[in-house]
Structures are given as structure tokens and as C-alpha cells.
Ligand binder design. Structure first.
Ligand code: SF4
Ligand code: SF4
Length: 339
């Protein structure tokens, strides 16, 4: 497998990485076997997060004995230094390692979150201290908001950026990725398959191969899925006219209902976790019933609180009919998952 260098870091990684969410619902032995199959296929970049419940522990078991061959990235969603330092120590234990290659501040997707992590006593301080102590090699950030990610990169404090990127969520190509490339920040592309919403994997990877400076981290839960993806990279095919038409058709079909998880609509005064509720369908395609309940159950309950004030719809740059989508997703959840 070809490799790429992550921005200005000295990390040389396989041209596709591993996203750690889909192994959450797998039994431990099965998850370990999937990760080891990735290793055998030549994947050397493994991304996870404290928030992904059992993912770190499963990766730790699978990667034991292979530590020097792989690059491990994990994240904390806590905003304060004390909490983040605690998370980091837990990650080190669960991953069975003495160091994290890329420690990311997770889902910093609005101005307040960015201010909190960068403030004195914020999570960045803990990450920087850990880097000085040799527990962390590079510090990264993950985000769903272009303006927030732009602000974060302008500080010069982050060596990697993790951001959603696929042929539907291609807005970062306009300003964010050019800024990252100029600043030599390594780009990790999350949700290369639209979080499970995009069914044509061939189109997804053909699109991504046109942007080889982005490291995509597809989530996989079976050896068959890995083999299929690796095949796209061993035998890359150019984008055909028919592919471009198919992409346009999928874009126009999904465009009206596709939540980009940019969080511009937040906060909702009623506490509705809008983007999480709108993730129900892609999550249902990838996770088991129990996995969906565990992952989104609490968020789905917040949908009940929507009073249809319409404020979020005014803020959504994609003009999504959010109230209707919340109702539709809640009804689906009640019908299929909460019974
Ligand atoms: S319409 Fe519903 S989800 Fe949107 S801001 Fe109002 S209460 Fe919140
Ligand atoms: S509903 Fe709209 S504003 Fe809110 S996260 Fe989704 S795409 Fe962004």
C-alpha cells in the first residue's frame, strides 16, 4: 500500500487509515480479528477516541506487539486540562501503549468549544504538557465546523485536522483544506462513506483518490469490507463520465435532506441534539439495533423536546426542514429501536 506523510509531522502512514467506531458493537475477538486483518492488508493508521466506548480497548489488544509499526490517533472531548489529562492516561492504558502519536481535541465545532480548549486550564494545555512528557507526539483537532476549524488552524497550534470529507461533504475543498495544506497541517478525512449514508463505495473512493493529500479513515467491521476498500487502492480507476453523473444524481437526491453535521444550527434552547438525531438512518445502516440504541438513544430522547420554533432552520446553511426531519427520525426510532 502507498503511504503519505501527515502534513509537517514525521508520520508516514498508509494511504487509507482505520476509523474506530464500527468495532464498538463487535464482540471483542471479532473486533481484534478485523483490526489484525487491517494490519495484514497494510493499514498502519488507527484512529479511535475515548468516546468510542470499547474501541480503544479492542485496538489495544489487537495492536499489542505491533506498536512500532503503527500510528495511533485518539481523542478527548473534554474541554478542561484536568479532565483531558485523565482521559489521556485512560487512553494510554486502554491502548496498552506508552505514547499516542496524534492526540486530538474531539469535535471542537463552535467558537465556545474552541475558546474553552485553548483557554488557560483548557484541554490544549494538558495535551501540550503530555507532549513535553513524551506521552503524545503531535496534537490535532477534529471538527465539523469550517469556520471553527479555520480559526483553530490559524493559531498554528495543531499539526493535524480531522474533518468530514466525501463527495457530498466536499465544502472543505473551498477554503479549509487549502489553508491546511498551506500551513502543512495533516488532513484526516472522517466519514469517507458519508457515515454509512453513501452506498456506492466505488464512487466514494474514486472521489477521495482525487485528493491524495487527505487520509481517509473508513470505519470497517468485517474483513470483507477491508478487502473491498484495499482493492480500490490497489487498482485505482479514474472517474468516468458515468461516475460523475451518478455523483451528481446522488448529490441532488441527498442534498435536500443530508445533515452535514456542521453544527451551525446549535445550540437549541430546548436541548435538542439536532445533528445526532439526524444521524439515525446512516447509523442504522452500519450498527446493530443495540449499537444504535447505545450510540444515539439519549440523543433521540431530546427530539421529543422540539417546540418547532424554527430557529435552527434559519441557521442551517443547507435549509434543511429540521423540525420535519426530527419528527421523521423520532418516529422511525420509536418504531424500530425503542420497542
Ligand atoms: S425547531 Fe426544535 S430543534 Fe430547532 S431550535 Fe427550535 S426547538 Fe430546537
Ligand atoms: S441540521 Fe443543518 S446546520 Fe444543523 S448540523 Fe445539520 S446541516 Fe448543519
Amino acid at each position: 500500500m502507498k503511504t503519505l506523510r501527515l502534513g509537517a509531522t514525521e508520520l508516514q502512514v498508509s494511504e487509507i487509515g482505520f476509523g474506530g467506531i464500527p468495532i464498538i458493537p463487535l464482540p471483542r475477538d471479532e473486533a481484534v480479528s478485523v483490526v489484525r486483518h487491517c494490519l495484514d492488508a497494510g493499514i498502519t493508521f488507527f484512529d479511535t477516541a475515548n468516546m468510542y466506548t470499547t474501541s480503544e480497548e479492542k485496538l489495544g489488544i489487537a495492536l499489542k506487539g505491533h506498536r512500532s509499526q503503527v500510528v495511533i490517533a485518539t481523542k478527548t472531548a473534554l474541554r478542561d486540562a484536568r479532565g483531558a489529562a485523565g482521559h489521556l492516561d485512560l487512553s494510554l492504558r486502554q491502548l496498552q501503549t506508552d505514547w499516542i502519536d496524534v492526540y486530538q481535541l474531539h469535535n471542537v465545532s463552535n467558537e465556545d468549544a474552541l475558546k474553552q480548549v485553548l483557554a488557560p486550564g483548557g484541554a490544549y494545555e494538558a495535551a501540550a504538557r503530555a507532549r513535553d512528557a513524551g506521552k503524545v507526539r503531535f496534537i490535532g483537532i477534529s471538527s465539523h465546523s469550517i469556520p471553527t476549524a479555520m480559526e483553530a488552524l490559524k493559531t498554528g497550534l495543531f499539526q493535524t485536522l480531522q474533518f468530514p470529507f466525501n463527495f457530498i461533504e466536499n465544502d472543505p475543498l473551498q477554503e479549509l483544506f487549502p489553508l491546511a495544506v498551506r500551513n502543512r497541517v495533516g488532513i484526516i478525512g472522517m466519514k469517507p462513506l458519508g457515515g454509512g449514508l453513501l452506498e456506492r463505495a466505488d464512487l466514494c473512493f474514486k472521489f477521495l483518490q482525487q485528493h491524495p493529500y487527505v487520509l481517509p479513515i473508513p470505519g470497517v467491521r468485517s474483513n470483507k469490507e477491508i478487502d473491498q476498500i484495499v482493492q480500490f487502492y490497489r487498482n485505482p480507476e479514474p472517474m468516468s463520465e458515468a461516475d460523475l453523473k451518478a455523483i451528481e444524481s446522488i448529490r441532488s437526491d441527498l442534498g435536500k435532506k443530508f445533515c452535514h453535521r456542521c453544527e451551525y444550527c446549535m445550540p437549541c434552547e430546548q436541548g435538542v441534539q439536532i445533528s445526532s438525531v439526524l444521524m439515525l438512518k446512516p447509523a442504522a445502516k452500519r450498527l446493530s439495533r443495540e449499537g444504535v440504541k447505545g450510540w444515539l438513544g439519549a440523543a433521540m430522547e431530546t427530539a421529543e423536546k422540539c417546540v418547532e420554533c424554527g430557529e435552527c432552520e434559519q441557521k442551517c446553511p443547507y435549509k434543511l426542514p429540521i423540525s420535519d426531519l426530527l419528527k421523521e427520525n423520532l418516529a422511525l426510532y420509536k418504531h424500530y429501536f425503542s420497542a
